[in-house]
Design a protein around this ligand. Structure first.
Ligand SMILES: [Fe+2]
Ligand SMILES: [Fe+2]
Length: 170
């Protein structure tokens, strides 16, 4: 069922053994209702928050494997790092979104699964260096780096699509 859902994400799921080993780390999270709801929120122009979370999770997994640290915790924190269920443009509060959403994500994540210390730290510090204090674990740095890397790729991909459409239309 999970692989069927992934099949519609042609840019993400390639069906390889490496991808399936990654999915084993996060499979239970991807069946959760609140995680799937992230698909209805836009994160970066045309990328949904669920797709962004998958991107961050997969790169966190790869970076952690490269560094020989806890890739499972990093992959899980990547799925959960933006688990806030509001639109930041319409649902504004006095608190800056940069500081608000990691706390919301941590609260929601703790309701759906048991979190270890690495996962908690990686979620709450993923906006580092904008977060208060330094991350405590290597895995948290992996998630924070994967977040920025994914955002850059998502912006570039969407920009490329817009330029292509513009050229085709003119
Ligand atoms: Fe975030
Ligand atoms: Fe993010």
């Amino acid at each position: 069922m999970l692989q069927k859902a992934m099949g519609s994400r042609k840019n993400f799921y390639d069906g390889s053994r490496k991808m399936n080993r990654y999915l084993n780390c996060v499979e239970d999270l991807l069946e959760d209702e609140s995680v799937l709801r992230l698909d209805s929120y836009s994160q970066h122009i045309g990328t949904s928050r669920l797709q962004h979370s998958l991107n961050v999770s997969y790169y966190s997994y790869l970076f952690s494997k490269l560094l020989g640290c806890d890739f499972r915790s990093a992959a899980r924190a990547g799925i959960l790092h933006d688990l806030y269920l509001y639109d930041r443009h319409t649902d504004k509060t006095d608190e800056n979104h940069v500081f608000r959403h990691p706390r919301e994500a941590l609260k929601n994540a703790a309701m759906l699964t048991e979190l270890n210390d690495i996962e908690k730290d990686a979620i709450i510090k993923h906006m580092w260096p904008l977060s208060k204090g330094f991350p405590k674990y290597k895995e948290s740095y992996c998630v924070s780096a994967a977040d920025k890397y994914s955002a850059a790729l998502e912006f570039t991909f969407q920009l490329g699509k817009k330029v292509k459409n513009f050229i085709n239309a003119s």
